[in-house]
Design a protein around this ligand. Structure first.
Ligand code: BES
Ligand code: MN
Ligand code: ZN
Length: 499
């Protein structure tokens, strides 16, 4: 989609104007209605359009207006208007137009601004909505009819200060790139996005200025990552750890914030095989690695003034003659031993070694991991909210707040010390499962906690949010959501970036 910011309305087949709560016309809407001889007011009277966010009333443009259609877009209550509301409002417009036949929409912002949200900001958030709401993963569809393909190819934001709008949009465009990269990675099937292929795509981000190192099995063995290697040993695909560095702060030597992602490119469960029904969902089990990769791309793209490093553990969990068995005992890189009682609790084994490596190598100021770790997360919070576990209440709060600002909802989950003994083993330092189904997401988080030492750390269980079976949010497609990229980008901007 071509996005531009202009001072004068271009010729376009579709015009969009805004109304606030109570169907109150903004300045741009008033002007257009006058041109249209009052046709807009007439249409509003004959409808239930009230200017609420999510409402879009489309009318045929009268002869005096040089366009085919006019969309009346609800912006909601003026006092509630912020970036998130603006994105929702514009998102509904874009979603409605995407395959409608409309090719070019000119969004007339005049008078749509409020004190809380300047016109340039409104335009930039509108552009974000345009990119995120128009996302589709169509690369494997070869028989789509023309009328199933998107028609909307261009969106022009008409605003008084087009330069200011462009400037506000420039870094956000890079964040959108990151979200879209994450969605693309998460959408790929496991026969395409194998651990080596994922590593290759991470390596390709060097073109953005990231430093990327890819470790193979030989190096991982040398480092002692036997917990991670055990998970991948039943696969014909080589296991990898990819490390992406972005040292953008003034002080390049300052400790970075480290992001660690679970990259299980397919999770069959291994010898503790999952049931056939729904197993296909496990192509998304690399969601954490997908977010970390998208985030690093966003940071490099917008040249964030922050030191950050992303580490992703890439493996495939397969049953095989050489696969890990229930009952095996592995020695993790930390030296702690783990009794593997269920080969389907593989994510924590991968994360244990990558977390330890991140801590030892980078001595990060903060460490945040993302993983599609437990089915129990879906049971507790569903698809719309991720669980945040942390050894630091302030960090959990900061992450929650960042998520709230950008629309990546999260909730602070408890990690009672008393539950820690549930993962004690009779023969090794710990076992990789807790007590049946009790507090499954918490015992998994407590397992990870044994590998972070004193580092300030948070774990985000994105088992539910990585993928959405359906959603009413116009910015989130069915399928890969890209959840987490914007949350972490905002967290860094608010708490770690040089001013
Ligand atoms: N990748 C799964 C968790 C998962 C399940 C993510 C459903 C998204 C949707 C993870 O590796 C897993 O299998 N966890 C087990 C752990 C159990 C064996 C202790 C689970 O949650 O059932
Ligand atoms: Mn599993
Ligand atoms: Zn898994």
């Amino acid at each position: 989609m071509k996005i531009n910011f202009v001072a004068k309305a271009p010729k376009a087949d579709t015009l969009a104007v805004f109304y606030t709560d109570g169907a109150k016309a903004t300045a741009g809407a008033k002007t257009l209605d006058e041109q249209a001889g009052g046709a807009l007011q007439k249409a509003i009277k004959a409808s239930r359009f009230e200017g609420r966010v999510g409402q879009v009333l489309t009318v045929a443009a009268p002869a005096d207006v040089d366009a085919a259609r006019i969309c009346l877009v609800g912006l909601g209550k003026t006092k509630d208007l912020n970036g998130k509301a603006a994105e929702q409002s514009l998102g509904h417009l874009i979603k409605g137009l995407l395959t409608s036949g409309a090719q070019h929409v000119a969004v007339l912002l005049e008078g749509a601004e409020t004190k809380a949200l300047a016109e340039a900001e409104l335009a930039a958030h509108g552009a974000m909505a345009a990119r995120l709401a128009s996302y589709r993963f169509d690369k494997y569809r070869t028989t789509q009819k023309d009328d199933q393909k998107p028609s909307l190819a261009q969106i022009s934001f008409v605003c008084a200060d087009a330069k200011a709008a462009s400037a506000a949009w420039a870094p956000m465009d890079k964040i959108a790139d990151g979200v879209i990269l994450t969605r693309d990675l998460v959408s790929e099937p496991a026969n395409v996005l194998t651990p080596p292929e994922f590593a290759k795509r991470a390596k390709a981000l060097e073109k953005l200025g990231l430093k990327v190192k890819v470790l193979g099995e030989k190096e991982l063995k040398k480092l002692g990552m036997h917990a991670l290697l055990g998970v991948g040993q039943g696969s014909v695909q080589e296991s990898h750890v990819a490390i992406m560095e972005w040292m953008g702060a003034k002080d390049k030597k300052a400790p970075p914030v480290a992001f660690i992602g679970k990259g299980v490119c397919f999770d069959t469960g291994g010898i503790s095989l999952k049931p056939a029904d729904g197993m296909w969902d496990m192509i998304w089990d690399m969601g954490g690695a997908g977010v970390v990769t998208g985030l690093m791309a966003a940071l490099a793209g917008r040249k964030a003034k922050v030191n950050a490093v992303g580490l992703i553990g890439l493996v495939e969990n397969m049953p095989d003659g050489n696969a890990q068995r229930p009952g095996d005992i592995v020695t993790s890189m930390s030296g702690q031993t783990i009794e593997v009682l269920n080969t389907d609790a593989e994510g924590r084994l991968v994360m244990a070694d990558v977390l330890w490596h991140a801590k030892e190598t980078y001595k990060p100021s903060v460490m945040i991991d993302l993983a599609t770790l437990t089915g129990a997360m879906l049971v507790s919070l569903g698809h719309d909210v991720a669980g945040v576990f942390s050894n630091d209440d302030k960090l959990a709060k900061d992450l929650f707040k960042a998520g709230e600002e950008v629309g990546d909802d999260a909730w602070h989950m408890p990690m009672p010390e008393a539950y820690d003994k549930m993962i004690d083993s009779k023969v090794a330092d710990m076992k990789n499962i807790g007590q049946g189904r009790l507090a499954g997401s918490i015992t998994a988080a407590l397992f990870l906690k044994r590998f972070v030492g004193d580092t300030t750390w948070a774990h985000i269980d994105i088992a539910g949010t990585t993928h959405r079976p359906h959603t009413k949010d116009p910015l989130i497609p069915t399928g890969a959501s890209g959840y987490g990229v914007r949350l972490l980008d905002r967290y860094l901007a608010d708490h770690h970036e040089d001013k």
